[in-house]
Design a protein around this ligand. Structure first.
Ligand code: G6P
Ligand code: MG
Length: 222
């Protein structure tokens, strides 16, 4: 049994189901360019920063465009995404997410957000959970995309915690790799068949109560 002092959370797919809106917006980009994305492609785009995600989409279609056109396509995708999420409410948080964050904080466990999304602060505000994080590291603070560990290392640093004190909650393969590259344990949120590199996999934060039985225990240090 190991005791951890800090919990670092990805946003999309862990706290709120925005992944579906990201993918829908990329599908329109592909359609505009004359090809389509397969359902399996969604996994490749999770956790990856906006411009890197665009490059993945272009690669799938075998399409090459100028730097200016890349900027335009990314801006257009973001406008569609922002429009889609502009009406989200606290009710749309994934089951158990709010409750788990509150229970960790009640026990004095440090919490940080580590998301590649530049839209993260706006989403936290709309979900009314900004106050549940001691530190917020988003795509505008750190530009290196997961699987680069920078976003989580910056989160740990902001909390004053060592990587070995942190547990990362992630739904993306790239995010689990980022946690490991940073020397942190990774709890996968999703399917064990997909998140094969995670240390433990649970279906969602509603099931986080089972982590202590799997050797992951938090201690307060606030
Ligand atoms: C998250 C999502 C990715 C998305 C990235 C950038 O990590 O999982 O699918 O590409 O954020 O999001 P943004 O809102 O900045 O375009
Ligand atoms: Mg995610």
């Amino acid at each position: 049994m190991t005791d951890y002092r800090a919990a670092l959370f990805d946003l999309d797919g862990v706290i709120v189901d925005t992944a579906v809106h990201h993918f829908a917006a990329w599908r329109q980009t592909a359609a505009e360019l004359g090809f389509s994305l397969a359902d399996e492609d969604e996994e490749l785009l999770k956790g990856v920063g906006r411009m890197d995600a665009l490059r993945i989409v272009l690669g799938i279609g075998g399409v090459e465009v100028s730097e200016d056109e890349q900027q335009r396509l990314a801006a257009e995708k973001n406008a569609r995404y922002v429009e889609a999420i502009s009406t989200i409410t606290p009710d749309e948080m994934l089951p158990g997410a709010r409750e788990y964050l509150v229970s960790l904080r009640d026990r004095g466990v440090l919490t940080a957000l580590g998301s590649a999304s530049r839209n993260a602060p706006m989403i936290l505000q709309r979900l009314e959970i900004t106050d549940l994080f001691d530190a917020i590291i988003d795509g505008s603070v750190v530009s290196e995309a997961k699987p680069n560990p920078r976003v989580f290392l910056a989160g740990a640093e902001a909390l004053g915690a060592a990587p070995a004190d942190c547990v990362v909650f992630e739904d993306a393969i790239a995010g689990i790799q980022a946690a490991h590259a940073g020397g942190m344990i990774a709890v996968g949120i999703g399917e064990p068949e997909v998140l094969t590199e995670a240390d433990v996999v649970i279906p969602g934060l509603h099931a986080a109560g089972s982590l202590s039985a799997q050797g992951i225990e938090f201690v307060g240090s606030r």
